[in-house]
Write a protein that binds this ligand. Structure first.
Ligand code: MUC
Ligand code: MG
Length: 370
């Protein structure tokens, strides 16, 4: 049992190490909505909700996430006692529609506090870790082919990553295909290269694009078509050998069920923010497992808090396509005391109670918006 006493929110702006170009936005800074949950039992939990490019990626902006927490969720939860995340989710869902990013930060903070109280890592509260090292790819998204090749080769030589995702969809098809295939050819046969179109193609363009990506040796094509085009995504998944990773099209277990029921084959990108928290994202994972759909650990380019919350969840299931939990490496700085250990294309899962990370309060204050 845990009684929530108070919730505090900050908007934390941290610059990125280079511009990160997606089909819908170019990021030069990332805004983390950070939540501190004070519990009557004397423990404090921390959570994070982070989106990409203000309102250009998802329906909740950092400012709206903070407002949803402060105006609606905080009065609903403070003073209440919960036995665990099932009761917490039930309470939040009964009075607040959608707002899965805000709910994710709160579920994360609750799990952190509960883990600290019980002396258990968050992974143990979510079913138990089956691995303590998780694969992590890197996204090449400077927007420039030569720079991306240079960056990929450097990271391979440093032994940091061995798998890459490219962001395409902002430019015309010909330019994007030339870009992707040049990077694939430069990095070599042994290196897995995937692309994320972030919904930028219509069905006809996707058919053309996928056949060229498949011929060029690209391993996985993420969300080629708009999120509403479920039929199109299913047809593409049946038509091509190169597998499809559904991302924006699959947020909750309900989406996962509908896609699989429609005949989708491929993989689902799990994200704690899309689902409403680490425990909610695992519901989608379990639907996918039941339907024979593979899994991938996705990121909203969170800082260390959101990343580690995801890692605890991802550690409890088999991720056939690995993860992309590199968010902290894209940021110039972070608000945790000890950075994670990214090496040999993997990251280690922290072992301490709760999320297993300590917040650097000076840095939180320094980067927080006033
Ligand atoms: C997305 O759509 O997958 C994940 C990695 C990255 O570079 O962007 C995100 C968003
Ligand atoms: Mg994606």
């Amino acid at each position: 049992m845990l009684t929530i006493e108070s919730l505090t929110c900050w908007l934390v702006d941290i610059p990125t190490i280079r511009p990160h170009k997606l089909s819908m936005a170019t990021m030069g800074c990332q805004t983390l909505t950070i939540v501190r949950m004070q519990c009557a039992e004397g423990v404090v939990g921390w959570g994070e909700a982070t989106t990409i490019g203000g309102l250009s990626y998802g329906a909740e902006s950092p400012e709206a996430i903070r407002s949803a927490i402060e105006t609606y969720l905080s009065p609903l939860l403070c003073g209440q006692t919960f036995s665990g995340v099932a009761a917490l989710a039930e309470k939040m869902n009964a009075s607040v529609k959608g707002n899965t990013f805000a709910k994710s930060a709160l579920e994360t903070a609750f799990l952190d506090a509960q883990g600290k109280l019980l002396g258990l890592p968050v992974s143990a509260l979510l079913g138990g870790a089956i691995t303590d090292r998780l694969p992590v790819l890197w996204t090449l998204a400077s927007g420039d082919t030569d720079k991306d090749i240079e960056e990929g080769k450097r990271l391979l030589a440093e032994g940091r990553h061995d798998t890459f995702k490219l962001k395409i969809g902002a430019r015309d098809l010909k330019t994007d295909i030339r870009h992707a295939l040049a990077i694939k050819a430069a990095l070599g046969d042994e290196v897995s290269v995937r692309v994320d179109v972030n919904q930028a193609w219509d069905f006809t363009t996707a058919v053309k694009g996928m056949s060229q990506l498949q011929d060029g040796g690209i391993d996985l094509v993420e969300q080629p078509t708009p999120l509403w085009d479920r039929e199109g995504l299913i047809t593409l998944s049946q038509r091509f050998d190169v597998p499809i990773l559904a991302d924006e099209a699959v947020a909750t277990s309900h989406d996962g069920f509908a896609l699989a029921h429609g005949g989708f084959s491929g993989a689902y990108a799990l994200k704690i923010a899309k689902a409403g928290g680490p425990a909610q994202a695992l519901k989608l994972a379990h639907v996918a497992q039941a339907a024979g759909v593979a899994l991938y650990g996705g990121t909203m380019l969170e800082g260390s808090l959101g990343t580690v919350a995801s890692l605890h969840a991802w550690s409890t299931v088999k991720m056939q396509w690995g993860t992309e939990m590199f968010g902290p490496l894209l940021l110039k700085d972070d608000i945790v005391v000890t950075p994670f250990d990214f090496r040999q294309g993997q990251v280690s899962l922290p072992q301490g109670p709760g999320l297993g990370v300590e917040i650097d309060l000076d840095k939180l204050r320094y980067y927080a918006r006033h």
